[in-house]
Design a binder for this molecule. Sequence first.
Ligand code: ZN
Ligand code: ZN
Length: 811
Amino acid sequence: MPQFCDVGVPVPLDAVFTYRIPENSPPPCVGGRVIVPFREKRLCGVVTELHDREPKFQVRRLSQVLDSTPALTPELMQLGRWIAQYYIAPIGEVFRTMLPLSAEFRRVIGYHITDKGIAALHAAASAGSSLRSQKDREHQMLEYVALNRLADGEVVRETTLRSASKATKSVLQSMLRKKWIARDDLSDLRDASRTVPTAILKVVTGKLNGNQQKIVAYLRSLEGQRARVEALRELPVPRTTLQTLVRRGIVELGEEPATFRVSGLKPRKLEFLFTPAQRMALDTIIGAVDERKFLPMLLHGVTGSGKTAVYLAAMQAVLAKGRSALLLVPEIGLTPAVAADLHQVFGGEVAILHSGLSDDERAEQWKRIRNGESHIVVGTRSAIFAPLPDLSLIVVDEEHDHSYKQEEMPRYHARDVAVMRAKMCYAAVILGSATPSLETYHNAVQGKYRLLKLPERIEKRPLPEVEILDMREEFHHTHKDDVLSRRLVAEIGERLARQEQVMVLLNRRGYSAFVLCRECGESVQCRNCAIAMTYHKREHGLMCHYCGFARPAPRTCPKCGSEYVQYLGAGAEKLEYILHGLFPQARIARLDRDTVRGREDFERMLSALHAGEIDLLVGTQMIAKGHDVANVTLVGVVGSDAALSFPDFRAAERTFQLLTQDAGRAGRGDTPGKVVLQTFFPDHYAIQFAAAHDYRGFYEKEIRFRSWMHYPPFDGVSNVLVRSHKLEEALAWSGILGKWFHATKLDRVRVMGPAAAAIVRLKTEYRYHFLLKSRSREHMNAVLCAMLQHAAQQKIPRNNLVVDVDALSLI
Ligand SMILES: [Zn+2]
Ligand SMILES: [Zn+2]
């Protein structure tokens, strides 16, 4: 057996660490998890190499081997290495992101007696002190630890110790302080399989009362399937009713493995009647799967063109061949309704991974995938690391969505990782969108990606008519800065009179965007961030949308004490209020992060809309992401052009995407839809092309601008952020790096900065940044690595430096 192993440890250091393998230890394996001592802690890392090269320095022993077979397959190890290198992220942090480590990992604390403790015990015994006294609780415990040391491999578990000797935490703390005992970490892998209680209907005999009938009716509706007892508890009947039914033998209880809870919603009808364009796209995809070759494809389909049906059919084809497929969706896209659809199509073969799962649920889904029990995985960003065997197809839905970029270490982009993973395992990969990112479309134009087009909506439904409404003109006539134009109000009134549904979208939460003092001209800023706070009427308070800090709404200016404070700019909350005033009869609801806390809220609101229980839905862009509501015939878009004035080279692209998706909500049923787009920039090309449903036109114009300005997809852009709670440190460190960039001869890399970040203070940290541009990935990478080395020599802590390769957010 090799004597040493290198381990990727989850710490912000760009290195692996060597440990000695103890002789009596079970053999570790590459890709398997081990517990290792690191400084004062014990951490769970992943073995990257086994070898016999003895390092020149003192090597510690690894504490425990957790896996006898790799938790990360060779393919995933290779992918992890690529991520670490490409995104300049510590390999241990990358592995931690790839594995649900904490989930299968149980923290167990134990104690053993020290030499000092033994001496104390001897002293107490020879002094003949009574072990009964209150003070000597510690000695009792010490004795217990000492006795058990002989019995049970030196270490006593904390839980055992505390129940056996009735020790309190403070007694333990005191003993630790005296160094009589020492703490051990006995962390262990636990079996992730959990079960939940279920109930099933047997034979119905005798009379049932009303409550009993409710339970029986529910169980009957499941047609022989087991129900979760948890679900029965939600029925409006006393708890004892179920017990009575069990006693009478009508219902039988049992257990089944806990799996993802499918929504109670009825799945929608899936359309598999393909248009010729869908058929062609599907044939290309299945052809690539059959040939087992790496083929990246862009599925560019207008809103409502049936992209999802193509994905599902392709995944079904893969499953039929006994191979695996993976579908990535944006954070908000994976609602219970979508999950229910997938269960209907794929049954038990589908595993679902998203950020709303508990650790246990995630570990269990992971285990099913690893054991080959599910060949279809659907999930958000990190599902790209699902350990699927024989992966043949990866689909990235809404590939332009920014939730695919992880905005913490490691800052990977799941779409780009998907393409790399597909390349490594000879799989087909589909990037789908109605508004592809410039990067992806450029790759398609260049012939790097195969372009598959769905130019028409299904059932030949027309794209909605978009009317651009010039808000400057509106002001000219009314001399008021109303949120809603007279035209939009009139259109809404018409639809409501015809009992059609309306959506009004405004990409801003809260009531008023900011609070301004008329005397000193200051807006009320967050205590922790250099950002104006937003007024929320319901809470009658101000809130920071970046860090969550809240304070009561001020009567007077916090700065100068003036009473002339004004609330300016409208958010979704105010819009709802205005609409209530205009249409008091209408049933109005608001959908944003203030009214929707979780997935269930979201689902409830959407199904109310589906059921026609809402006439008018007001909301932020949360609504706009890919949800079909058949009867919505009018979409009003308010203030979605605000982003155009942001200092961000992606502003036009974002606005175009947003407006196209907004417009795409209208007219997905049998009635043609209309969109009224209010804007202060009616001539801007992003708005003109969005109104004309002309993606190609927008692309042609935007790509020229990117080329002139050396922005992606031509040059790569990386952001280096220097941050600290102390202003002096942030300034000093960015100064050190600035000098280094200046003094170093940079090959084919341009550096701008240091400059104050767009938000110079965020969550109490001061922030300065550099922007690096280069046409060559290798050169950019080399410069960033050299910069990190210099920073380490200059004792700039790694945690205070953020290196964001292919940065999307430049705030
Ligand atoms: Zn003031
Ligand atoms: Zn804040």
